[in-house]
Structures are given as structure tokens and as C-alpha cells.
Design a protein around this ligand. Structure first.
Ligand code: FES
Length: 186
């Protein structure tokens, strides 16, 4: 197996081990221990690229992998954005739950102060009415908060893991020329 990803020629030794496989650190293509491609981020199909032979794939296959890799990053970014939205809704719901909970306690105290033996003055009646409304709103706020934060955490932690950004030197071989090229992972 070559120490060179057939996609954009990143050294596979700079990738990471995932079980018995190695994941390229550039776009995240994973190869098994024989050098056969077993996974491409954001791509359900397995393309016929592998790190077993001369380390080259044709331009069309490379473009397909570029597209698949960028789709994978798009999916990761989309899930992170959705996690932010869900988390924000959850935090807002939690805030509503806490504030309305405190207001419910305040209304209960007002009710106690202004109602004696079931007889209430106007402040006591207002507090009773407000308290009944808040008693419904507060739990709803807590439920929305829990669901939003839970969903946000799930979206965040189940998003596809990004491949690390790095620069590397890769061999550049073409008919009649040979050298090295500096490449960056973006
Ligand atoms: S260079 Fe290895 S996945 Fe693109």
C-alpha cells in the first residue's frame, strides 16, 4: 500500500487510523489495510479508487471525490448550523421556563397576601389569574428547553467528524518531470 492517497496525493501516514483502516487527513477517504477504498465522506457509493497501485486516479474520479468530500463538509456544516438553531431555541425555552416559574412564585405570594379565606381583593384576583396562566407556560418552556438543548447536542455530536486542515508535501510525478508539491487541506 502506498503512502499516498490516490485522490490528491496526500501522504496517508498523515491520516488517522480508524479501526483497521486509515483515513486520509485531506478529504477523509478511508482505505482498508489492503489499500482498497472503503468510505468517502458524504458519499454512499464506493468509488473505484484505491491506494494499491500507482497512486493515480483519472480526473473524472478525482472530481467525483472532490464533490463527495465537499458534500460531506456541507452536511457537517448543515448539522452544526441546525444544532445552533435547536440549541438556541432550547436556551430560549429554558429562559421562558425559569422566568415564568419565578413569576408564578411571585403571583402565589401576592395571592397569599391579598386573599384570606377565599376572599380576594382585586390584586389577589389578578394574581390568581396570572398564576393560572403562568402555571401552564412555565412547564411548556422547560419542555421546549429540554427538547431544544437535547436535539442541539445530538445534532452536534452526531455531525460527521471534520478532517483536519493541514499542509503537506506530496510527490508530483508527470511524464518527463518529477518533483514535490506543497498542498493544503481546506
Ligand atoms: S487527498 Fe486523500 S482524500 Fe483527498
Amino acid at each position: 500500500m502506498l503512502d499516498m492517497c490516490p485522490h490528491r496525493h496526500a501522504p496517508l501516514s498523515l491520516g488517522k487510523l480508524v479501526g483497521d483502516s486509515v483515513q486520509c487527513g485531506y478529504h477523509g477517504i478511508t482505505f482498508d489495510c489492503t489499500g482498497k477504498c472503503v468510505r468517502i465522506p458524504g458519499e454512499s457509493r464506493i468509488l473505484e479508487v484505491d491506494a494499491r497501485d500507482d497512486g493515480r486516479i483519472d480526473a473524472a474520479a478525482a472530481a467525483q471525490v472532490d464533490h463527495a468530500a465537499s458534500s460531506g463538509r456541507g452536511s457537517e456544516n448543515g448539522r452544526h448550523a441546525a444544532a445552533y438553531v435547536a440549541g438556541s431555541i432550547g436556551i430560549a425555552g429554558l429562559a421562558v421556563g425559569v422566568v415564568t416559574g419565578l413569576m408564578t412564585m411571585q403571583a402565589a405570594n401576592t395571592y397569599k397576601d391579598h386573599c384570606v379565606s377565599g376572599q380576594c381583593d382585586s390584586d389577589g384576583l389578578d394574581a390568581a389569574s396570572t398564576g393560572r396562566t403562568l402555571q401552564v407556560v412555565s412547564p411548556i418552556g422547560f419542555v421546549v428547553g429540554a427538547i431544544g438543548i437535547g436535539t442541539g447536542a445530538w445534532l452536534w455530536f452526531t455531525a460527521p467528524s471534520p478532517t483536519s486542515a493541514r499542509a503537506f508535501v506530496a510527490p508530483a510525478v508527470a511524464p518527463g518531470t518529477a518533483g514535490v508539491s506543497l498542498r493544503g487541506a481546506f
